[in-house]
Design a protein around this ligand. Structure first.
Ligand SMILES: [Zn+2]
Length: 274
């Protein structure tokens, strides 16, 4: 029911924007993201990573944080690969949404690596008791080692998931891992982010203006879809899909599940009424 409702609202919003000429900063569609990549190239930004940005006069670091699902990361990775662009995908270990050790997730990470992209650690400081930068470094190294072993690649970069004020306001550096929230990457670069599906500044205009030699662009692949959708649609669809995913996981781990629940009738069954 909500699907029809939100898809109707999406259509109305799109029509309203066309009629009023109201321009959005940048749409959250795969094609808008692709256009942004083309624009960066047109304006001679060299696409680099956290280690090779210094030499080119104009460079951009493309960072992707994978907060909810890896599949969306794979989709963006493919687009970039088709354009010979390499970026960095930051993945969480301490999350309930995906598991870097599951075959499905691990295969996706290897697919992303196979396309020439890098994997970094997305770190959630709230999952540990961290009182100072030594504690932080200890747990970042701890998770980096585990992630590195799981994917067979050394982890060289970390990005923070929902960073605290303390992280943002201090220039925290680690011995073996580059902190994407250190001063260098937040202040020497023009930092642009689509957090909570909202660009705080007009990214497209900033690229076109060539006002900044160094750009650091954070995108969350989860927000990008084939057509323009409201945030509610994306969130509801994700929750919806989790039902089928749980069914599949159960099927892999519980013999003859379909004697009890049939996949075809999974949707629309009111389990409370049974
Ligand atoms: Zn995050």
């Amino acid at each position: 029911m909500y699907k029809e409702k939100f898809s109707l609202i999406d259509s109305i919003t799109n029509i309203k924007n066309i009629i009023t000429g109201e321009e959005r900063i940048m749409e959250f569609t795969i094609s808008a993201y692709t256009d942004m990549l083309d624009l960066l190239k047109e304006h001679n930004y060299y696409i680099c990573d956290y280690t090779n940005y210094e030499d080119p006069k104009k460079s951009v670091i493309l960072r992707h944080d994978i907060d909810f699902n890896l599949q969306s990361g794979v989709e963006i990775a493919k687009i970039e690969y088709s354009k010979n662009i390499k970026s960095t995908y930051f993945v969480l270990l301490s999350t309930n949404f995906y598991n870097i050790f599951s075959k499905e997730s691990n295969d996706m990470l290897k697919l992303i690596i196979g396309m020439g992209h890098k994997i970094g650690l997305h770190f959630d400081e709230k999952k540990y008791k961290i009182e100072n930068s030594n504690d932080l470094e200890y747990y970042v190294s701890f998770e980096s080692e585990i992630l590195g072993k799981a994917i067979g690649k050394e982890i060289r970069t970390v990005s923070m998931h929902r960073p605290s004020k303390w992280i943002l306001e201090n220039d925290i550096r680690f011995e073996n891992v580059i902190n994407s929230y250190s001063k260098e990457f937040l202040h020497q670069f023009k930092y642009l982010s689509d957090s909570r599906m909202h660009w705080r500044e007009d990214t497209i205009e900033i690229i076109k203006s060539e006002q900044y030699d160094k750009l650091h662009i954070l995108t969350h692949p989860f927000w990008y879809s084939n057509k323009s959708e409201r945030i509610e649609t994306k969130l509801f669809d994700f929750i919806d899909a989790s039902r089928l995913n749980t069914f599949k996981n159960l099927k892999d781990n519980f013999r003859d599940l379909e004697e009890y629940i049939d996949e075809d009738t999974l949707n629309g069954v009111d389990f409370n009424a049974r």
